[in-house]
Design a protein around this ligand. Structure first.
Ligand code: NAI
Ligand code: MG
Length: 486
């Protein structure tokens, strides 16, 4: 990897800067436990600089008067630059996060590029309405940008989730301060530099690596930040909402999940098993929409458990850069401990450990966890209620559709769900009854820049991706009245 030039400073006003405090923090490759580099650590003063730069850029003629066509062109150019540098970005992502390179390069980067192109297409199609009010008035609306948007993203899809926020925010004419997760700052920092290369003026996109409780909190509290777009844990989501109240920011939260994957006996069962395994093991299970609860109709329960155990055994652990590795390292030692604690708890609670359950290493190093299956899980067990965020499936039996719906909704979360059946009426009825922001029927983990994604209940509010959700989050409506009876 020595040929990779790794950027590791703050990106503010289209320049590299060190933190005022001079502090740096290490970012670790979880597959090797090695420090990749140390990164400048943004503190309150640096957040202040980044926000000042973004505010100045928001008011500047260079950005405010830039035509929407030109903004669109810059976003498209940024997508081209990301594409041209996709191998490098994919490697950085894999080093920082531990996910297999094919996931970083083929899946994440493809989505990042598509997201920038999709929102490049939106930039010059944002328009208001004329409204037929009573009286001799012309009444029309304008869709205006919100201002400075603070984007706070987690470590599971570092560049991808950043693109889901940065692309629509810029398309709508806002300026952005992006705070990547402390575990995985490297691709976001590079994104800032590429945006400058694409032609975005100074201050339009600033990237401030740092910790949540310092840098993240300072961004949320800053009076000149107009909106916060957050993805992360429920606990921090609550804090963000509370802290944002002080300055009445617009907030959107995409939080965790405990998503049910419901398999009926009349499904294509082998396809359902494949889909359910992918639903929980893809991305090491560090996926907000992970299908971590697999609900199975009793008559096919044993067959599905057996199939999942077989699939778990094929999730080859290895060097994430090597072809054939299916399961990378979980993101950090802390996350490893969390996942291993939940596995111990599952056993203590009386669930059957049907596959996996062990920590693994590669050449004696790395935070790897085996693909794990718990069967005989009761919906009230902790492993069926709390987000584990690791490759751990809880398989729960059910009797009929109503019972399945009851279990599916027996959670504080509501991010996503899967339904597997050949009965189309039942498929749509169950999809309608499950309280979740996304339902996949006879498939799982499908995403598209055009398809809105986000949660019900404690999984948050506001949607990433999609046309309408971008306008809702990243624009505000101005209503203009003009008398016509002069
Ligand atoms: P986290 O919620 O602490 O981190 C997400 C982002 O929020 C990071 O950029 C972090 O620096 C920032 N942050 C943390 N505290 C903040 C604060 N007070 N103010 C502003 N920003 C703050 O998630 P963490 O601790 O890394 O992971 C813990 C658990 O959260 C995971 O095991 C998983 O269950 C869940 N999680 C869910 C994610 C999702 O995609 N829905 C993503 C990451 C974690
Ligand atoms: Mg790292």
């Amino acid at each position: 990897m020595s040929d990779l030039e790794i950027r590791n400073r703050l990106w503010i006003h289209n320049e590299w800067r060190d933190a005022h405090s001079g502090r740096r923090f290490p970012t670790v490759n979880p597959a090797t436990e090695e420090v990749i580099t140390t990164v400048s650590e943004a503190g309150e003063a640096d957040i202040g600089d980044a926000v000042a730069s973004a505010s100045e850029a928001f008011r500047s003629k260079a950005w405010r008067r830039m035509s929407a066509h030109r903004r669109s062109q810059l976003l498209w150019r940024l997508a081209d630059l990301i594409e041209a540098n996709a191998d490098e970005l994919g490697r950085l992502e894999t080093m920082d996060n531990g996910k297999p390179y094919f996931e970083s390069r083929k899946v994440d980067l493809t989505s990042v590029i598509e997201t920038f192109r999709y929102f490049a297409g939106l930039a010059d199609k944002i328009q208001g309405e004329t409204i037929p009010v009573s009286g001799p008035f012309l009444n029309y609306t304008l869709r205006e940008p919100v201002g400075v948007v603070g984007c706070i993203v987690p470590w599971n899809f570092p560049l991808n989730l950043a693109s889901w926020k940065v692309a629509p925010a810029l398309a709508c004419g806002n300026t952005v301060v992006l705070k990547p997760a402390e575990q995985t700052p490297l691709t976001a920092i590079r994104l800032g530099e590429l945006a400058a290369e694409a032609g975005f003026p100074p201050g339009v996109l600033n990237v401030v690596p740092g910790f949540g409780e310092t840098a993240g909190a300072a961004l949320v509290r800053h009076p000149d930040v107009d909106a916060i777009s957050f993805t992360g844990s429920v606990e921090v989501g609550r804090t963000v909402m509370r802290e944002a109240a002080g300055t009445l920011k617009k907030v959107s939260l995409e939080l965790g999940g405990k998503s049910p994957n419901v398999i009926f006996a009349d499904a294509d069962v082998p396809a359902a098993i494949r889909g359910a395994a992918m639903g929980i093991y893809y991305g090491k299970g560090e996926v907000c929409a992970a299908g971590s609860r697999i609900l199975v109709e009793r008559s096919v329960y044993d067959e599905v458990v057996e199939g999942l155990v077989g699939r778990a055994g094929k999730m080859t652990i290895g060097d994430p850069m090597t072809d054939g590795t299916r399961l990378g390292a979980v993101v950090s030692e802390q996350q490893l401990d969390r996942v291993m604690n939940y596995i111990r708890l599952g056993v203590e609670e009386g669930a059957t450990l049907a596959a996996g359950g062990e920590r693994r290493t590669v050449d004696g190093k790395g935070y790897f966890v085996e693909a794990t299956v718990f069967s005989d899980v009761d919906s009230q067990m902790t492993i069926a209620q709390e987000e584990i965020f690791g490759p751990v499936a809880a398989v729960i039996p059910f009797d009929d559709a109503d019972h399945a719906i009851e279990i599916a909704n027996d959670t504080i979360f509501g991010l996503a769900a899967g339904v597997w059946t050949r009965d189309i009426g039942k498929a749509h009825r169950v999809a309608g009854e499950i309280k979740a922001g996304t339902v996949w029927i006879n498939t799982y983990n499908q995403y598209d820049a055009a398809a809105p994604f986000g949660g019900y209940k404690s999984s948050g509010f506001g949607r990433d991706l999609g046309l309408q959700s971008a306008l809702d989050k990243y624009t505000q409506t101005k209503c203009v009245w003009v008398p016509l009876d002069g």
